[in-house]
Write a protein that binds this ligand. Structure first.
Ligand code: 5GP
Length: 341
């Protein structure tokens, strides 16, 4: 088996609805087409398209949400996404998703998260261990061998609840309170994501500050579009991790490096959405050279037709020696670094 597939890996930046199999999306679209809810022919090519700009990616998410947002489908896609990551030897998966309210489906944010948790419990082919590792510092358990001599694969999974940048302060606060309420059920913390061209940092700050006061773990999508004031404000907030870190002014870059805030690196996503012009100029190399804590991630394996193994292969082939032999360290570096007691 190729090294990047067989290597035990950690995935810390994967959006549930961005990681759905194309075959599942097509099946769901066909069903809705047959019910006359959508026109299948109009959406088929949208699902199968490979190159997408940032704007197209967010349009696609609106379509995916039409296809997936009922309880049983949320449960199904969660199960499939975990199975897919486990199949390529991901041993710790932090999945993130935005709790959604949908009155037509009788769905509340709580019932959405319950449906996700049901999906985690219904995975059959591997043992899923729910963890709230970041809040209790027990993440080192991911490397422990299976107990009772079991040869079944085991994957540790934690859930991050995402705040979408279209949300209000009250709605963001509701998500944070839900994460607190469900902490013991496998909720690891809070993520801020959604279309980076929308919303203001000040809208989410009260909820994020409350989350931090309550001891929640926080990761922010940061620097996906040029917005230096927001990048500075986010770094001042000192989140536990950030995702992307693409469009930073020099002062913010220096601050990031001295802060040692770990960065979730999503190579394919950044180049496909044209946030970064090409792989060879990606900031992966600079951060890795500086021994900054980074972790290679997929972002949206379905939307960008990638996998975590593909991302490691890509990093190795792009950045080559001396980075390639050290890639194995990257995936575990973060864990060691953040859980030193
Ligand atoms: P969900 O939260 O519905 O499970 O996953 C899809 C959602 O994740 C999208 O609607 C969007 O809010 C967020 N998301 C997925 N990929 C990206 C990304 O690359 N950047 C940002 N900012 N948000 C994303």
């Amino acid at each position: 088996m190729e090294w990047c597939v067989s290597m035990p890996k950690v995935e810390l930046h994967a959006h549930l609805n961005g990681s759905v199999r194309d075959s599942t999306l097509l099946e769901l679209a066909r069903d809705l087409g047959e019910k006359g809810i959508i026109e299948f022919a109009d959406v088929e090519h949208v699902i199968l398209k490979n190159d997408r700009s940032l704007v197209e990616v967010f349009k696609l998410f609106d379509l995916i949400h039409i296809l997936t947002t009922d309880h049983s489908t949320v449960t199904r896609i969660t199960r499939e996404v975990v199975e897919d990551f486990a199949a390529e030897n991901v041993v710790y998966l932090e999945l993130r998703t935005t709790p959604k309210r949908n009155e037509l489906k009788g769905m509340s944010k709580r019932s959405y998260v319950d449906a996700v948790l049901l999906g985690l419990r219904s995975v059959e082919h591997v043992d899923v261990v729910l963890t709230n590792a970041f809040s209790n510092g027990k993440i080192s358990a991911v490397s422990s061998p299976a107990k009772n001599g079991s040869t079944r694969k085991r994957i540790y999974v934690g859930l991050l609840l995402s705040i979408d940048r279209r949300e209000t302060t009250a709605s963001a606060m509701e998500t944070v309170k839900l994460a607190l309420e469900m902490r013991e059920l496998g909720i690891v913390g809070i993520d801020l994501s959604g279309d980076p061209r929308l919303g203001n940092w000040s809208t989410f700050l009260p909820a994020l500050e409350f989350a931090r006061e309550q001891g929640q773990f926080i990761t922010l999508h940061c620097g996906e579009v040029y917005n230096p004031d927001e990048v500075r404000a986010m770094l001042d907030f000192s989140p536990h991790r950030i995702g992307h870190a693409c469009l930073f002014e020099d002062d913010a870059w220096t601050k990031l490096k001295s802060s040692k805030i770990p960065v979730e690196i999503c190579l394919t996503s950044n180049v496909r959405t044209e946030t970064i012009t090409s792989y060879d100029v990606h900031h992966f190399a600079d951060l890795h050279e500086a021994k900054h804590p980074i972790v290679v991630c997929t972002d949206d394996s379905g939307v960008f037709s990638t996998s975590l193994s593909d991302e490691y292969r890509l990093a190795a082939s792009t950045f080559g020696h001396p980075h390639a032999p050290k890639l194995k360290e990257i995936t575990f570096f973060y864990i060691t670094d953040c859980n030193a007691e």
